[in-house]
Structures are given as C-alpha cells and as structure tokens.
Design a binder for this molecule. Structure first.
Ligand SMILES: [Zn+2]
Ligand SMILES: [Zn+2]
Ligand SMILES: [Zn+2]
Length: 278
C-alpha cells in the first residue's frame, strides 16, 4: 500500500487564507516548504480519502493523475474535506479518457453537499460517470480491492462524520481525523473485526496542546491517549507507524517545531507530499 499525504493542514490552510497572525507571518517568511494545504490522503493512486478544494493543486504539485481515480472516501461534508464543485468537470467537453465510474462514499450530508454543489452545472452525461453511496458508522464493506470499515468520529453534532480503516493485501491504514478523543466502543469494534493497523494517522490540529474531551479535534497529548487505547486493544503494535497531520496555523506547525514532537513522541509529522509505502 502506498499512502500519500497530499494535504496536511486544517480547514484554513497554513498559512491561513485570510490571516496575518505572527504564526502565519513566520510561515510565509520561511517559504513554500512550510506551506500546508487542505486534507487529502491518496492510497495506491486510486483511492482518495477526502477531496478538498486543493485537490486540483495537489494533482499538479505531486503529479497525481485523477483520471485514474476510482474511489473517494469522504470523511464528512466540511469544506476542507469535500469540494464537490470539481465533479462537474469529469466528462462532457472538460475531460476525456478517464476511469468509467468514480465512486464517492460518504455520509448523508456529503450526499447533500454533492447534490447542492452540482445542482447548477452537472451535465447528465457527467452524472452518469459518478456514483454517490451513503455510509453509516460501523459498516464493513468492500471498495474495489479494499476492505473498508467506517467508524463514528467525535467531531460534529450536525452530521455523522466518519473515520475510515482501509485494508489491502494484509496491510491496514487507519485514518483518525477530523475527530476528538474516541470512546471505547470504537476500539472494541476494530478489535472484534480482527483489525491490525500498520499505519495510523491522527488529527493533530492543536499541535502540542490538548483538545480535551470536548473539542472537535486533537493535539499530541490526545493522540498519545488514543495510541495507548489502540495498543491496549491490540490493534497496533511496536512496529505500527504513527503519523500526525491536519495542523492548524494556531499551533504554528513549522518543520522545526514538529521535529521536536517527532523526537519526543516517536511519531512522524506529515508534510504535503509525504509518501509512506507499507
Ligand atoms: Zn478538517
Ligand atoms: Zn494565522
Ligand atoms: Zn471537519
């Protein structure tokens, strides 16, 4: 499995789109290598977790070929994770020679946002190339060659945001964002389904700060609690790679600062373009 972290910021980007705080000033002064775009993780070049407003830019910057994209697993409908306007361009005079059907999976709200964003401009012939499937938490399904498990995120009262476990050829990837700390039933479900994770990526929006139990996101102290839970339930072991991502400008996520966190906590801080093969 090839896991490619295409976008590693929280909703506002790093630096933040309309911001001139000290963190954003510093990030801008350090230049492009410190910039982070909105959340997207590509698996084996054919399955994308989320499709943010920066997805098109990711294809240019990292040479990702979306004509080969077959599946999208949308975590939830927030704008930094699901930018549905782009789908009107998948056919008609805008695109030729691509995978015959793009299957988009997400919750009810993702389906609603898809319908809203494509209501004006989606041609019938383009619609025929797209399929939207609604998922609930705790489903175990096959998506092409992948086994996928959906879990409930602790993120939004307005919708059932989803977390995903994706498995292929005996390797497992666990995608834990956007979410705050999770309840035991989530870990129990993974354990009961015999899940063993080789790579987990945590929401680390708050960087070194904790979000506590009530926040919609996590920081590294929360990540460590969730890591311990995963270990207690036997879902991860010493060889499992722990990645952190989805950083906010408020935590000033410079490479230098994250290097310290990597050393202290034994994690890998994602950056835009990071590839991990497993
Ligand atoms: Zn987000
Ligand atoms: Zn800022
Ligand atoms: Zn969100």
């Amino acid at each position: 499995m090839k896991i490619q972290f295409l976008g590693t910021s929280a909703a506002e980007g790093v630096p933040s789109v309309f911001c001139e705080c000290d963190n954003c000033k510093l990030i801008r002064s350090l230049g492009e290598k410190e910039y982070r775009t909105r959340a997207q993780v590509m698996i084996d070049d054919c399955l994308s977790i989320d499709f943010p407003p920066d997805a098109y830019y990711h294809s240019l910057k990292f040479g990702v070929n979306y004509s080969k994209l077959k599946y999208i697993l949308a975590t939830h409908s927030h704008m930094d994770h699901f930018y549905a306007h782009d789908f009107i361009l998948r056919g008609y005079k805008f695109a030729y020679s691509f995978e015959p059907c793009l299957e988009i999976y997400g919750n009810e709200e993702v389906k609603k946002v898809f319908d809203e964003c494509t209501a004006r401009e989606l041609k019938e012939e383009v619609k025929a190339n797209l399929k939207v499937d609604v998922l609930k938490p705790y489903e175990v399904i096959n998506v092409g060659q992948y086994k996928v498990i959906t879990l409930p995120a602790n993120h939004s009262k307005a919708e059932e945001a989803l977390l995903y476990y994706v498995e292929s050829a005996g390797k497992g990837y666990l995608h834990f964002y956007d979410t705050a700390q999770l309840e035991d039933e989530v870990f129990a479900f993974l354990k009961n389904n015999g899940v063993h994770v080789n790579l987990v990526c945590f929401d680390c929006t708050f960087v070194e700060r904790t979000g506590g139990k009530t926040a919609r996101h996590m920081g590294i102290p929360d990540n460590m609690l969730m890591k311990q839970k995963l270990a207690d339930y036997g879902i991860i072991d010493d060889k499992t790679k722990i990645v952190i991502s989805h950083f906010s400008h408020n935590g000033c996520p410079t490479r230098e600062k994250l290097k310290e966190i990597e050393k202290q906590y034994g994690v890998i801080a994602a950056f835009d373009g990071l590839i991990i093969n497993m």
